[in-house]
Design a protein around this ligand. Sequence first.
Ligand code: AMP
Ligand code: MG
Length: 349
Amino acid sequence: MNTKVVKINRIQPNPGAIYEAGLIIKNGGLVAFPTETVYGLGGDAFNSSSSKKIYEAKGRPSDNPLIVHIANITDIDAVATDIPSIAYELAAKYWPGPLTMILKKRPELPKETTGGLDTVAVRMPVNEVALDLITAAGGFVAAPSANRSGKPSPTLAQYVIEDMYGFVDMIIDGGDCEIGLESTIIDLTSSPAMILRPGYITFEELKEMIPDIVFDGTILDASSEEAPKAPGMKYRHYAPKAEMILVTGPTENVIAYINEKATRGRENGQNIGVIATDETQYLYVAPSIKTLGSRNNEKQIAKNLFRILREFDDEDTDIIYAESFEEKGVFRATMNRMIKASGNKEVRV
Ligand code: AMP
Ligand code: MG
């Protein structure tokens, strides 16, 4: 398949290209596009063959549902039914933005889009290119993250091109994703409401509006034997090519442990990488040390994770040792992705 790559952003809007991208989706094709969270791989949510194409392009199991992206809050009624009032309250507060709601799906929406479930995931992004594209495509764009299944989500167009060139009709390069981490998913069909995937909008924030909100206990507990409620959370995810080990403990212990492993690795001819923070990056001795940002800036740390994992892929790193974070606020989402990226390999020191 020929893939067209176009650059569109706020400074270089390109209505012609948006129109063309919208037409591709309307005609059953696929377009990768920027959102504020990560790049999405979009198709017409009401076209079952488009959804099938998305699963193929990603290499994703078809029981793992897609998120339906809309461009107007009121369009929620076209994909979902029996919508509780809290959904409208959440939409008023957090949309457009990085919150995905699980609601009962309308029968008109094909089961292929929802991975066979009778619920639907809906989100209205804030990114302008995404909103323009959704509108040009008819209003309902089913889109998972635009990476090959299992790889870190793309936060820059170059990684979308790496994974999706030849598999999609068009890739829109809109620069880097402001948030860089996927949306928070909240299930409003269960009682009490449940967070299925932690994200940029935190448990603490949502609790203010929904005091009895709970977490799907399987998502942060690596040893849980129960299947997570969001089907996607059960698959190996976000994985770099290298083996990744998360190191948890007092800072001095973490640094000492990683430095010892890096020294040993060098003796064995291994290419060792370290995921550090601004506060610690100069204290490591290893061939490749990358900082996620300052521990005082949880949003910056969340934003940099996927990019850094991809950079280690490009450096042919053998083992990545990563610092870990306290599970609160946005760090909870970062930790969730890091635990998955490491395939649950965590050492306590
Ligand atoms: P991605 O688009 O790559 O961020 O993946 C979408 C995520 O939303 C996956 O983890 C899905 O399992 C989850 N998801 C989508 N629809 C539903 C649904 N109806 N119920 C539960 N989880 C969902
Ligand atoms: Mg994904």
